[in-house]
Design a protein around this ligand. Sequence first.
Ligand SMILES: Nc1nc2c(c(=O)[nH]1)N[C@H]1C(S)=C(S)[C@@H](COP(=O)(O)OP(=O)(O)OC[C@H]3O[C@@H](n4cnc5c(=O)[nH]c(N)nc54)[C@H](O)[C@@H]3O)O[C@H]1N2
Ligand SMILES: Nc1nc2c(c(=O)[nH]1)N[C@H]1C(S)=C(S)[C@@H](COP(=O)(O)OP(=O)(O)OC[C@H]3O[C@@H](n4cnc5c(=O)[nH]c(N)nc54)[C@H](O)[C@@H]3O)O[C@H]1N2
Ligand SMILES: [Mo]
Length: 650
Amino acid sequence: MVATIANGRVVSLAGDKDHPYTNGFICRKMRRYPERCYSEERIRYPAIRTGEKGKGEFRRIDWNEALGLLVAKLSEAKQKYGGESILPYAYAGNMGAVNRFAGFPFFNRLGTSRLDQTICTAAAGAGWAQHCGDLQGCPPENAADSDLIVAWGINIRVSNIHFWQYVATARKNGGRLLVIDPYNNATAQSADIYQPVKPAGDAALALGIIKSMLELDLVDLDLLKEKSDGSEVLIAYLRETEWPQFENESGVSVKRIAELARLLAGSAKTFIRIGVGMSRNSRGAMAVRAVTSLGASLGLFSGGKGRGVLFTSGAFKGDKKKLTYPSLALKKTRLVNMIQLGHALTALEPPVKALFVYNANPLSANPDGTTVRKGLAREDLFTVVHEQVLTPTALYADLLLPATTFLENRDVYTSYGHFFMGVAGPVIEPVGEAWSNFDLFQKLARKMGFNDPPFLQSCEERIEDFLQGMEGVPAGTDIPEILSGKIICSSGGCVDNSIAMQNGGRFHFVSKKTDPPSIARLSSAGEYEDPDLLSRFPFRLITPPHADLLNSTFGEQFPDEIGELLIHPEDAGDYSIDDGEEVVIENFRGRTIRRARLTTDTQRGLLVAEGIFWQTVGEATGINDLTSQKLTDLGGGATFHESLVSLVKL
Ligand SMILES: Nc1nc2c(c(=O)[nH]1)N[C@H]1C(S)=C(S)[C@@H](COP(=O)(O)OP(=O)(O)OC[C@H]3O[C@@H](n4cnc5c(=O)[nH]c(N)nc54)[C@H](O)[C@@H]3O)O[C@H]1N2
Ligand SMILES: Nc1nc2c(c(=O)[nH]1)N[C@H]1C(S)=C(S)[C@@H](COP(=O)(O)OP(=O)(O)OC[C@H]3O[C@@H](n4cnc5c(=O)[nH]c(N)nc54)[C@H](O)[C@@H]3O)O[C@H]1N2
Ligand SMILES: [Mo]
């Protein structure tokens, strides 16, 4: 990104024309970052709570007092209840490698509970790892040469806008875009073919397509033998499993599945872009396993122009220990899955007594917000929130600390879905008394009396150390060049996986990991299949991103917005709900209010809530009040797209 500065202030933010991936373009929500940077909502000074928890009444203090209070409170919790009574909670507010993990060395040294950061790609990543081994995702650029791009569980036009340029190029040359999604999202609306699927029905659909390809003799069995192993196990399973199961679970007829099989196998150059959307349910990792198995059955991992499978790229692999320093811990403390924060704050024994939130807004973005809120309201919980703006979580802070934006601190940004990396910022002085995550934890560590070498590093030193020996950095690249801002393209971005294959990399249809089931197969669903819940909460709810929000970030720009709920007109008719009317959605976890939008873009029985609006006006709840702490089949991920709910007219 390029920031334009006037009189020490950022006046605009744009894409970098010299960046090969963004080509000068950034999305509209990020263009509004300068607004957030200087907004009224910006937290400028440390402050302590003066009112009731959640009311957001604070009194300004200085950093010295704040650090003193932190040392006192954390030491007290540790002494009285043990280090594990302290829980850090952080995710991806700042996506720089150093700032993202900045608290880890400190909390390791202090001996607190550890956080398992599973909220985003854990399930899909675990699914990918089952069969793909060393095989990498294909660089997105290769999609530009495809005849058929499949956007599967991803809303490219909203959540991965930079991929669209390759779709556009491919289509200009006669290629087509197929979107597979439970609702007719913005990408599907611009696609050549939209294929609806039942939520959590992807494994059934992908496996059904392979079964159909086998029946139609469209699988190159010799190629499979050469490039992969274990295909015979999957083939035997698919041949013996009856068709109705695939149809029922995917919601796609056998006839339509055969058409999709012909379409995919008939295209010489197919590129499958896998989104995390398909992984946010009880069999989400299985969905990714099935779709990668389909990719392998089509020979897409051996590559070639326009052919490939992409999930995240994993393009640069640095040694995470150089950021987190687990070696500073005296013993392995308990690991808390972040998805179960609600449980951790209300039921975990021994209890959490101090919560340190940075780089995250769990009250809005974490599942089961109802229980998270209950936990945050506990009088005996000391909550620290290091934030840029007064988020719903920050309203519950006992101690509020001001954080920099990426415009105010330096970091190294690796890739998510592409193959570039770079070091950036700062371009302005910190606003108010904001500190970066890195500065906060370095200063806090020293105030605590920790003098271990990681706490004496500067940010530049930590970045440099992390870059040393990083996998994916092309041979001969000068580290100082990266530090001074050069954009690096990964050497691992091999279009055809030939390097991995030369090194014995193959697609394993039978997973080498120990957990059964060893092949991608039909598996049981979670909440969506529970007859007891279905009889009381008849609607399925999915909660994908909104174009104007980044997870819950930018919520402050929409203070009055409660967000829409897409309802099929016939469902709305059953409840006499009109377009634009406010409706309550509720289940046994909680409730929230959204504005009805009647549209056939969604299926009957399926409600879609795009965006985690803050909903601070009126009833202070959010969409995650309805989602579950239940974990995915692998990876311990979140089941954000798997809630049963009922609709109530207000
Ligand atoms: N229902 C539902 N929930 C979801 C999702 C979904 O699809 N549906 N998506 C999930 C996904 S994919 C993810 S990744 C998670 C993300 O969950 P979070 O990481 O909690 O992401 P955000 O909601 O964007 O909140 C990040 C916060 O960090 C703050 N921040 C930004 N930079 C910094 C910094 O440098 N320092 C500090 N201290 N703070 C900073 C921002 O102001 C913001 O409030 O949300 C998940 N939640
Ligand atoms: N504008 C915007 N962009 C974002 C974000 C944002 O909040 N706003 N968040 C960023 C982050 S942190 C992430 S991780 C990515 C996530 O971006 P994506 O990979 O796109 O994942 P999701 O947004 O969870 O869902 C994408 C699509 O999956 C669909 N889906 C839900 N359930 C199923 C299912 O069972 N099967 C199938 N086939 N599809 C299903 C949803 O309807 C949605 O259209 O986006 C990033 N980009
Ligand atoms: Mo994410």
